[in-house]
Ligand binder design. Structure first.
Ligand code: TXA
Ligand code: MG
Length: 341
């Protein structure tokens, strides 16, 4: 089974990993596999393993093994004050990581799990401090992606996983993007199809009186309010304190990201890219163009488009603004962060 799909691209066998930290300065060989059981075997030995989810690819390690968690922070160059999301195969594993599940959390779990939703819950005392960056809360997610589910089931334990990019880079929506950022720095990549959502999960803090959205995502504020009418978006003034991930640069482009309201505001330039809902005039003049049929497709393509523009050496990426409703709230959040970087 292990040897099956890997013939030809297999650059390393899962059994070759001995669970020790790699030499700091030597690059390791990153094992590529299509087999969730083989990827899980590497993780169970203490490895750092990238895997697909419906939002973006994650970089997983054993949630209860501080040494394995440290390797994630090292591989990504991630600041230690940014907590990790714990991924579960099913919501039945929640008692392993959360001290309690408040009633609002239960309702949101019933409505949106498995799916692109992360709940911030009271932390179980067994969850290592390094996973939560010292917080008393823990972010927990049950992905809906079939390969993620197969991988997490084969792991048989909670898996801590940030997005599988170098810190500051766009989140990876393809396994090739993971490889571009982390080849030689992580133990394995479980290869799947491109992520269908393309933006990271909605993060909702359910430890207070009302659910607070810390990061917008594909589970929209409108959908959350249909279940919990009091749900609110975190106040800008509170965001850095309550949502540590937003303190850090989100996407450090080598290309400048410039937001435009209308496609005609994008100046045609062979060294610029354009992405939006409307076609720009003189589209043939741009270096790269993506005209998206709807907001979902725009969200799905955005991070990959950023990477393609960088690879093409473009100096500017024009991005058309969208209305901040539904999934548009998450898309505008990521666009604004990219434009500020
Ligand atoms: O879709 C996703 O969420 C992907 C996939 C792999 O699941 N993961 C992801 O992880 O985007 P990461 O580490 O790139 O972003 C995690 C976000 C950060 O903004 C972090 O601050 C927040 O979740 N977070 C995690 N635990 C938290 C906690 N206890 N309290 C507040 N925010 C938390
Ligand atoms: Mg991330």
């Amino acid at each position: 089974m292990r040897r099956r799909a890997d013939a030809g691209t297999n650059r390393r066998r899962p059994g070759a990993f001995h669970g020790r930290s790699p030499a700091r300065h030597a690059l390791m060989t990153t094992f590529l596999t299509d087999d969730p059981a083989a990827a899980a075997a590497v993780l169970r030995q203490g490895g750092a393993v990238a895997f697909p989810t419906e939002t973006v690819y994650g970089l997983g390690a054993r949630a209860f093994a501080p040494d394995a968690l440290r390797r994630i922070f090292e591989a990504k160059g991630r600041p230690s004050d940014n907590p990790l999301i714990l991924h579960l195969a099913t919501a039945e594993q929640l008692p392993l990581v959360a001290a309690s599940v408040p009633p609002a959390a239960r309702r949101l779990l019933d409505a949106f799990t498995p799916g692109p939703l992360t709940l911030v819950l009271p932390r179980h005392p067994d969850v290592p401090r390094i996973a939560t960056a010292g917080l008393d809360t823990v972010g927990v997610r049950v992905p809906a992606h079939p390969l993620a589910h197969a991988f997490l089931s084969a792991c048989g334990e909670p898996v801590a996983a940030p997005s599988a990019n170098r810190s500051g880079r766009p989140s990876p929506t393809t396994w090739e993007a993971v490889q571009a950022d982390l080849d030689g720095r992580i133990d394995a990549i479980l290869r799947g199809a491109p992520a269908s959502v393309g933006l990271e999960s909605t993060v909702v803090d359910v430890t207070g009186d009302v659910p607070v959205v810390l990061r917008a995502g594909a589970v929209t504020l409108e959908a959350l309010r249909a279940i919990c009418p009091g749900a609110t978006l975190v106040a800008t003034a509170d965001q850095h304190r309550r949502s540590p991930g937003t303190r850090h640069r989100h996407y450090a482009p080598t290309a400048r990201v410039q937001l435009v309201d209308a496609a005609r505001e994008a100046a045609p330039d062979p060294e610029a890219g354009y992405i939006g809902l409307d076609a720009p005039p003189h589209r043939a003049v741009f270096g790269l163009v993506a005209v998206c049929p709807d907001v979902a497709s725009y969200a799905q393509q955005l991070f990959d488009f950023f990477r393609r523009c960088e690879a093409a050496g473009l100096h500017t990426v024009f991005c058309q603004r969208v209305a901040s409703t539904g999934l548009g709230l998450a898309l505008m959040d990521r666009l604004q962060r990219a434009a500020q970087a």
